[in-house]
Ligand binder design. Sequence first.
Ligand code: HEC
Length: 118
Amino acid sequence: MQKWIMSGLFFVACALAIALMFTLPGKEQVAQEEKPTMPEVTLDAAAAEATLKASCISCHGDQLQGGAGPALNQVGGHMDANAIFNVVTKGRKGMPSFKDQLKPEEIANIALYLAEKK
Ligand code: HEC
């Protein structure tokens, strides 16, 4: 008898799980979250250098030669501005997320600046 109750509960749980799958945000929404879109800005190198100095050199070195984080002085060789924007916005492992410290436009500006470094 108890077995029937257990399997009944199991089916109810499955039905709930399936219902949840349809109500949770769709794949497209999740994809957007994962890939924040970079706002369009025109490169302001002086502002980028100032932001880098204030927020990044403690880990990436004062000449961007690397330190606790990898060197960024040639990062443009393997990452485009969008990829850099993503990492800086969301963070990755030891790299903190800057979405609460910097405006998207500021991050976009450093991303453009760093993408030029090849
Ligand atoms: C607390 C230390 C720390 C700070 C501050 C920091 N980073 Fe990082 N950063 C890291 C670490 C560690 C990694 C390597 C992450 C990994 O292994 O995935 C990294 C990775 C990166 C990468 C990817 C490099 C590559 O070759 O894959 C970029 C780009 C980057 N950081 C840019 C920045 C910028 C721009 C700033 C300032 C806004 C900044 N970081 C501030 C620690 C830091």
